[in-house]
Write a protein that binds this ligand. Structure first.
Ligand code: DUC
Ligand code: ZN
Ligand code: ZN
Length: 463
């Protein structure tokens, strides 16, 4: 058997196994796993390294039309580079509707943007609270094109859907075998609470969490679960931030309802206390739902370890801090309602979860692979091509140095944002080599591979 490349002698880890061995690949696909494979045309000595499936980041915002009037910093080039350098080989951004275009037309527009990607990708769709008839036609057209995951919002002007519309979307997508991603916060409560705070003159950033407390997320998660049960749909509660919301998910799962859940590093490496400040700097931690502080992160980690969460994604939402598009540009004083919510995190997702999950003993290496690569690939119809090391899978492989002390600095990252919320945090492992379909695109500080080599991966029906 001839191999283009053999990765030799590393500790190979999948969602279910771990063993020392070699991986041989040919024409961009994994062709054999074993011991003492024949020499390849090229070789990587992986002794002392971990060899994992490339990460699949199933939630990131890239080059969308301005959301709440704010412009995202990353295009597909910078975002895909950043992802690759952090060990992610497939990502799933959102087609968001462009003003004046249908969703199908917006998909065409977005595909053209994604043509600059360094890594492979597949799309979700963001739904606006449009006229129901328009929405129905749009959803059907996209389902017919193989897009099977739709995100709806229970908050945000222009996006917030009422229960009837949510039922309509869920039943339509559910009947077609798709999945509905739910941003679960009660927008009316957030408005009401926010107005009261503003009336009392409490406009500083420290009030952001009080305007969207846990109960607002808990109520929305509970309602989304009930609506999904009525509509007979499978749903994914995205970016779960609190113990209260997690309890609702556990309740639903105990009843056997098809409710899946995602959380993200900003809730697991909780810096919610940094949102207690009224200084501009707090804006670097401001995202929706808010990181809660207190014991929420520990409760979420317990949920992750116990299997209450299916996937861990970044929710990369890179609004700059400075500059004309920056968070600071939205108001002369820091005001909790005027700073666009969102934080960058594509490149730091895996090292942070590795550190706070695996290194700290909260989850196993197999769980790490499952939560960050295999499960997102399965849930969104990309498996076994992605998220796996099986023969026939794409050779998307990441070599990790498990003993690579690194202090996170924005200066070392590759996104187009101008800060990281994790500045100065120490981690002890980092992805050192990233292969995408057998091609080295990140090798110990060196970047290679042509922008535009990334492909859209056709989706199978969700598993
Ligand atoms: N949450 C954010 O923090 N930003 C944009 C969208 C979202 O759901
Ligand atoms: Zn959201
Ligand atoms: Zn998001």
């Amino acid at each position: 058997m001839r191999f283009d490349l053999v990765i030799r002698g590393g500790r190979i880890v999948t969602a279910s196994e771990a063993f020392i061995g070699d991986i041989g690949m040919r024409d961009g696909q994994i062709s054999a796993l074993g011991d003492s494979l024949p020499r390849g045309d090229d070789e990587i000595d992986a002794k002392g390294l971990l060899v994992l499936p490339g990460g699949v980041d199933a939630h990131c915002h890239i080059d969308e039309p301005p959301f709440l009037n704010a412009r995202l910093a990353d295009d597909f080039r910078s975002a895909s580079l950043s992802a690759a350098c952090g060990g992610t080989t497939t990502f799933m951004p959102f087609v968001n509707q462009v003003e004046g275009l249908t969703l199908s037309q917006s998909l065409g527009d977005y595909r053209a943007k994604a043509a600059g990607s360094l890594i492979d990708f597949a799309f979700h769709v963001i739904l606006k609270a449009d006229e129901t008839e328009v929405l129905k036609a749009d959803i059907d057209a996209l389902l017919a094109k193989g897009l099977t995951s739709f995100k709806l919002f229970m908050t945000y002007d222009g996006y917030q859907m009422e229960d009837g519309q949510i039922l309509e979307v869920m039943s339509r997508v559910g009947a077609a075998g798709g999945i509905v991603l739910v941003h679960a916060e009660n927008g009316r409560c957030i408005h009401w609470l926010g107005s009261r705070l503003v009336y009392k003159g409490k406009t500083g950033l420290s009030n952001f969490r009080a305007s969207a407390p846990q109960v607002v997320e808990r109520e929305a998660v509970h309602r989304a679960i009930a609506l999904a049960e009525i509509a007979d749909a499978r749903i994914m509660i995205v970016h779960v931030s609190s113990r209260d919301a997690l309890e609702q998910i556990q309740w639903a799962r105990a009843r056997g309802l098809p409710v899946l859940a995602e959380t993200c590093p900003q809730y697991l490496v909780d810096q919610g206390d940094r949102l207690s400040s009224d200084e501009w700097g707090a804006a670097k931690y401001l995202c929706s739902p808010p990181p809660r502080g207190g014991d929420n992160a520990e409760a979420l980690w317990k949920g992750v370890a116990d299997g209450a969460f299916d996937i861990l994604s970044s929710d990369h939402c890179p609004y700059r801090f400075e500059g004309e598009d920056g968070k600071r540009a939205f108001a002369s004083e820091p005001h909790f309602q005027q700073v666009p919510p969102g934080v960058p995190g594509l490149e730091t997702r895996l090292p942070l979860i590795f550190e706070h999950g695996v290194k700290s003993g909260r989850i196993s290496l197999n769980q790490f692979v499952a939560l960050t690569a295999t499960e997102p690939a399965k849930i969104y119809g990309l498996y076994p091509r992605k998220g796996s090391l099986m023969p026939g899978a794409d050779a998307d492989i990441v070599l990790w140095d498990p003993d690579c002390p690194t202090t996170i600095r924005h200066a070392m990252l590759h996104d187009a944002c101008d800060y990281t919320p994790y500045e100065g945090l120490a981690v002890s492992a980092w992805p050192v080599v990233t292969l995408s379909r057998g091609e080295k695109i990140w090798d110990r500080g060196w970047v290679s591979g042509a922008y535009g080599r990334g492909r859209e991966i056709p989706r199978q029906r969700a598993a």
